[in-house]
Design a protein around this ligand. Sequence first.
Ligand SMILES: [Zn+2]
Length: 301
Amino acid sequence: MKIQNARLAISAAVVLAVGAVSASSALAVWGMHGHTISGRAAATRLPTQMPLFFREATAQLAYLNPEPDRWRADTLRAMDEAFKYDHYIDWEVIPDSAIAARDRWGYLAVLRRTGLERPEREAGLLFFRVLELHQRLTTEFRLWRTTTDPEQRRWIEQRIINDAGILGHYVTDGANPHHTSVHHNGWAKGYPNPRNYTTDNTFHRRFESDFVGARITLQDIQPRINATPRHLADTRTEVLAYLRQSHSQLERLYQLDQRNPFNQQTTAPENKAFAVERLAAGANMLRDLWWSAWLNSAPAQ
Ligand SMILES: [Zn+2]
């Protein structure tokens, strides 16, 4: 009962926090720069066994990485409301029974039973968004392998590049611990804060837009892409592990900001190392997810 009460209190705090940030979040999601360099780094480290049309799509895949942020618009409410919750996952409010659901609808149903009134808003849909797009990409690669009509093949190639690029956005979002937590823009009210982490609601922007935009380049990320791609046979387990690992870095992010606040002028090497590590984690995961969609689309032997 105590837990249930705490969760309801937390839910209210999260609703307020998410509501407060929504107006500014269109510009505060790894920023255009972070998304673009992470997407480009992934696209320039593709195995030569992948189809040539895909390996030649580097510029387009980089361009598409920030695309879902271009859909964020307070003036276009139907579109914004439909997709804005795909950008994050707040692990603090999600029981294992919810994340074990097969799809986003089952997940939302379980969360509603735990007391969340607006589970899509209070918990976020990032995990399922990644799975959905990865399954779509795998399907498209499978069609590409079997379609013999040259014109249809070109159409499928456009679908593949576009969906791979959009997948890239959400994978990259997941690399930022801010996107895996209720503490997405300063430590949330209603939660214990014994280490006195900042409650500053410009933190999200200062880290991923201001600092990354001014201090991180493609050349910082590219050498961090592993030479050998991983085949993620069990995508679901791998994506979960990736998002949980990112969440495990949340307090480190707050501690770094305590020592040297993130902004355009920050030169502390440990702040830079953290941002590079996170952006590279996103780019590695993205490259491996693209590669795995290709491999998993092959007919069973
Ligand atoms: Zn996003």
